[in-house]
Design a protein around this ligand. Structure first.
Ligand SMILES: *[C@@H]1O[C@H](CO)[C@@H](O)[C@H](O)[C@H]1NC(C)=O
Ligand SMILES: *[C@@H]1O[C@H](CO)[C@@H](O)[C@H](O)[C@H]1NC(C)=O
Ligand SMILES: *[C@@H]1O[C@H](CO)[C@@H](O)[C@H](O)[C@H]1NC(C)=O
Ligand SMILES: *[C@@H]1O[C@H](CO)[C@@H](O)[C@H](O)[C@H]1NC(C)=O
Ligand SMILES: *[C@@H]1O[C@H](CO)[C@@H](O)[C@H](O)[C@H]1NC(C)=O
Ligand SMILES: *[C@@H]1O[C@H](CO)[C@@H](O)[C@H](O)[C@H]1NC(C)=O
Ligand SMILES: *[C@@H]1O[C@H](CO)[C@@H](O)[C@H](O)[C@H]1NC(C)=O
Ligand SMILES: *[C@@H]1O[C@H](CO)[C@@H](O)[C@H](O)[C@H]1NC(C)=O
Ligand SMILES: *[C@@H]1O[C@H](CO)[C@@H](O)[C@H](O)[C@H]1NC(C)=O
Length: 848
């Protein structure tokens, strides 16, 4: 680009100079001549590429570069020029628009060269470049406005050079977003939408079909590069990744093209976004055919998507199924006939007319003696018999854009010249006033289309979504499958009828083009290191976390009362766990405790039945009955540990347990003391029995129990036990348990029981050898041994067993120690009472 800007600078300097010198209207340097020309009161400029390329001649050193030799005639731009001529003639014929003012035109050919575009722009801005006579400078030298050019790059160069003069130019096909910069291009207007919208619409289209992994090819010029840059930016925001983004230009060398082909061949994406102008796609298509690259789903810009030339070239169905954005179809009545009637062209430019004629009909005029052509043009050939680019009207929307541009100029002029029935003046208005007016025009064409420019001097964005479907005749048909209207709110802009689309490879299902399959619920995306965000692995959520959507980025942690289900796509309430009456362990423990209580009762009944026998009498029957009663309570209190913990059952559990056990142990203690005392009493000279008679026994039992009751009251009033949901022990289960509230309270209750038991054990141990008619002390020692062993074993089991087993262990300890007491103390006596009644006699007792 740099040499080009240098050239432009030189040209501009010349222009400024010559415009200052009004008497010299000749452009200095090589003169350029308009291809089509007609005089009028006010002249409009036209810049088109009648040729698409030029021949580079041998460079010989000279001050002025050699003129370009333009080659390969481009029928498209003839159609654009014809559209311009049509509009001008229509305005000229009209009696309401610009009555009496004759519009003229000068149309130049740029040969698709930017340098040339700048030169002809200078010629248009400068005026009488071909003056040879004295009639120069009788009117303004510059044209009123320039229509053109077709490509964005040429428009940028042109708009930059005429910007300082505020000479308006209106492009019909230059969509580059870059041209929206009104500081750089103040006098640039267009009747087509900016790529600002197209790039966005294209990205939305790609996202609409769920393609997140696409390749892209762009024309390596301002149109492709700027458009693709915007597309890339927007696509990235929408979570679309580009696998590759390749520039391509029709003049690229073979090895560079090969690299592009290789890249496409080795790609994994199935969708290609082509931000291309049709010239480049034509070349590319040949390469694709050559290398058998088929089966890609193409997404196209308006640069080629509605181009029937491309479609007719696509014999191998490479582009079949393509979807893309096209300028909405519209019709300009009369334009088609006008374009096809090329004969009047002869009057405005005979040289180019001849070339066009010869090219269209493949003939030569006889004055040119060329033996390679056998057919001679008769001048009577008819276009209606032909099928070629020139007769193809698929670009009617673009023709309409040219037409609208001319009308916009005419309407602005109409106002400025004060025309109603007749125009007040025919004097050409100055460019900046005219530009201001031009930007404000708002009118309807004869076909009812509203034309106006937005604040950037651009047409309002409206696209038709086109699908290439296999057609009956010659090539794919362009079927309209939806609309994109940027004037609507963001979410309503696009409407697509997906069902009516026929995709690449003649498929009816939307092709899939993703780097990684989407992640199902229950998993989350994890981006692969060093790869685009669209390439990811699906990682299952961890326990306790879920994702309930596809393509979730994170897993959500369930609320603490909830846990993930097996599929990890939803939270379920955690199971609560407690020792219940329904489960086997609960039933078993309940049964055992009831059986225990029942046996205790049975023993009590037996004792009551034989209360008058010596063995019952000798054994302190009052304490025995109290002991049996408390043992029954002990058995029953284990039931409070089973079932769902509630506030009451929690408080009841440990206190009931503590108190009944203390009652129980203190009875045993009382018995032990009685044995000790009884022995002492047999010694002569002491009457200890009166120190520990029944009253004292009752009082001591009551005293010991009261202490425990006090401890319990203290515990319950300060920090009572409460039901507690333990979520820490298991992740997927909640354990319902009783929190002891204060560990001190709990251990005080247990400790007091332990203390009494220990004391009882020691006393019983001392008394075990004492002679007794029925030595209870031996059995008490043994039972206390069992009792202590059970509760010492209980402590580590209690601390280490999880969940409901803690409770079970506690119940087990209660039952075991109760049974220990019951069996050790009462079983031998029952044995004697029931089975050995002969031993149950005073005589026998005394005998001992
Ligand atoms: C204008 O150009 C003519 C011819 O080149 C020259 O004689 C004349 O001095 C110029 N006038 C100005 C004001 O530069
Ligand atoms: C405009 O119309 C007049 C007659 O109405 C005609 O003489 C002239 O050639 C026309 N010009 C164009 C550009 O069609
Ligand atoms: C302009 O008027 C002439 C003669 O009246 C007619 O032949 C020509 O078709 C008209 N052109 C347009 C574009 O209407
Ligand atoms: C320009 O001038 C050359 C000769 O000076 C002449 O042959 C040609 O017809 C002129 N072109 C126009 C459009 O006046
Ligand atoms: C222009 O020059 C021609 C001769 O070349 C002459 O006949 C004509 O009168 C001149 N016109 C003006 C306006 O000077
Ligand atoms: C393309 O495919 C045809 C037949 O399917 C085969 O003959 C030809 O060699 C292939 N060309 C390339 C470049 O792979
Ligand atoms: C034109 O071609 C004829 C033969 O085809 C030849 O006789 C004649 O000299 C040629 N004229 C020119 C001007 O080349
Ligand atoms: C596409 O499919 C239709 C019917 O499903 C068939 O008639 C047509 O020939 C197919 N076209 C191509 C190019 O395969
Ligand atoms: C996913 O979970 C969130 C929060 O839990 C909820 O708002 C949303 O509705 C859920 N979505 C589906 C599809 O279940």
């Amino acid at each position: 680009m740099e040499p080009f800007f240098a050239l432009m600078h030189v040209v501009m300097t010349i222009v400024t100079f010559t415009r200052a010198n009004e008497t010299t209207c000749v452009l200095q340097g090589q003169p350029v001549y308009p291809q089509l020309w007609k005089d009028g009161d006010i002249i409009l400029g036209g810049v088109f590429s009648f040729h698409s390329s030029w021949e580079v001649r041998q460079l010989t050193y000279s001050i002025t570069p050699p003129p370009l030799k333009c080659i390969s005639l481009n029928c498209r731009d003839f159609q654009y020029a014809q559209s311009m001529l049509f509009a001008i003639e229509e305005i000229n014929n009209s009696s309401t628009l610009l009555p009496g003012v004759k519009l003229g035109y000068k149309v130049y050919d740029t040969c698709g060269s930017m340098a040339m575009a700048v030169r002809v722009t200078m010629a248009l801005a400068n005026g009488h470049e071909n003056t040879t006579s004295n009639e120069s400078c009788t009117k303004q030298g510059y044209v009123q406005a320039i229509l053109g050019d077709t490509t964005s790059s040429a428009c940028m160069a042109m708009a930059k050079s005429i910007g300082p003069f505020k000479l308006p130019m209106i492009s019909h096909y230059a969509t580059c977003e870059c041209l929206g910069d009104k500081i750089k291009y103040p006098s640039f207007l267009r009747t087509i939408t900016s790529d600002y919208y197209q790039s966005r619409a294209l990205a939305e289209l790609v996202r609409h079909f769920g393609w997140t992994w696409v390749g892209a090819i762009r024309t390596d010029d301002d149109y492709g590069n700027t458009g693709m840059a915007t597309f890339t930016k927007v696509a990235e925001q929408m979570g679309i990744c580009l696998e590759y983004s390749l520039p391509f230009f029709r003049t690229y060398p073979e090895d560079k093209v090969l690299r592009i082909i290789e890249q496409i061949k080795s790609s994994t994406s199935r969708v290609i976004v082509g931000f291309l102008v049709h010239w480049d796609l034509e070349v590319l298509l040949h390469k694709f055919v050559e290398h058998n690259i088929t089966g890609f789903q193409w997404v196209g810009t308006e640069g080629w998507i509605s181009d029937s030339v491309i479609a007719s070239m696509d014999k191998h169905h490479i582009l079949q199924g393509a979807v893309g954005l096209a300028i909405p179809k519209n019709e300009v009545t009369g334009l088609k006939d006008f374009i096809l009637d090329i004969k009047p062209l002869k009057s405005s430019g005979s040289a180019i007319f001849t070339e066009l004629w010869e090219s269209l009909f493949q003939c030569k005029y006889s004055n040119k003696n060329d033996s390679s052509f056998t057919t001679e043009c008769s001048g009577k050939e008819e276009l209606s018999d032909m099928q070629n680019t020139f007769t193809d009207m698929s670009l009617m929307p673009i023709f309409s854009n040219v037409y609208k541009g001319v009308y916009a100029v005419a309407h602005a002029l109409h106002d400025l010249l004060g025309c109603t029935d007749k125009c007040e003046t025919k004097k050409q208005p100055d460019p900046s006033t005219f530009l201001k007016n031009l930007r404000k025009v708002h009118f309807k064409t004869k076909d009812g289309e509203e034309v106006y420019f937005d604040e950037n001097g651009e047409a309002v964005a409206k696209y038709e979504i086109i699908n290439w479907q296999p057609g009956q005749i010659k090539h794919d048909e362009f079927v309209s499958v939806g609309l994109y209207d940027a004037s609507l709110p963001v979410n309503d802009r696009m409407s697509v009828n997906t069902a009516s689309i026929i995709w690449a490879n003649n498929k009816t299902k939307v092709p899939v083009s993703v780097c990684s399959e989407s992640c199902p619920p229950g998993t989350r995306k994890a981006v692969q290191k060093g790869r685009p965000v669209c390439c990811y692995d699906c990682i299952p959520c961890t326990e306790g976390e879920i994702s309930n959507m596809t393509d979730s980025v994170t897993c959500l942690r369930c609320h603490e009362d909830f846990w993930s289900n097996r599929k990890k796509d939803g939270c379920v309430k955690k199971e609560t766990e407690y020792l219940s009456y329904e489960e086997i362990m609960g039933i078993l423990l309940t049964t055992i405790s009831i059986v225990g209580a029942f046996i205790t009762m049975l023993v009590a009944v037996i004792f009551f039945r034989y209360k008058n026998t010596p063995i019952v009498k000798a054994n302190n029957s009052e304490l025995s009955f109290l002991l049996l009663f408390s043992l029954m309570l002990c058995f029953l209190c284990s039931l409070t540990f089973i079932g769902r913990p509630t506030e009451w059952s929690c408080m009841l559990r440990h206190t009931a347990f503590g108190i009944t056990f203390v009652l129980c142990i203190s009875c045993v203690l009382g018995k032990t003391i009685v044995v000790l005392m009884a022995f002492k009493a047999t010694l002569p000279g002491s009457n200890v029995m009166k120190w520990f008679g029944p009253v004292q026994q009752r009082l001591s039992v009551l005293g010991f129990t009261l202490i425990q009751v006090l401890i319990c009251i203290l515990w319950l009033t300060t920090t009572p036990p409460f039901p507690f949901k333990n979520i820490n022990y298991f992740k997927e289960r909640i354990i319902l348990e009783c929190n002891v509230g204060s560990a001190l309270g709990f251990w005080a209750v247990l400790g007091y029981v332990g203390f009494l038991a220990l004391w009882c054990f020691i006393l019983a141990f001392l008394a075990r050898k004492l002679p007794d008619n029925f030595n209870e002390a031996k059995f008490i020692t043994f039972s206390m041994l069992i009792f202590c062993a059970v509760w010492i074993a209980f402590i580590p089991a209690y601390v280490s067993s999880p969940g409901k087993f803690t409770v079970a262990v506690e119940i087990f300890a209660i039952l075991a120690s109760s049974f220990g007491l019951l069996f050790c103390i009462f079983l031998p006596k029952c044995y004697v009472i029931l089975l050995k009644p002969e031993k149950n006699s005073k005589r026998h007792m005394m005998g001992k």
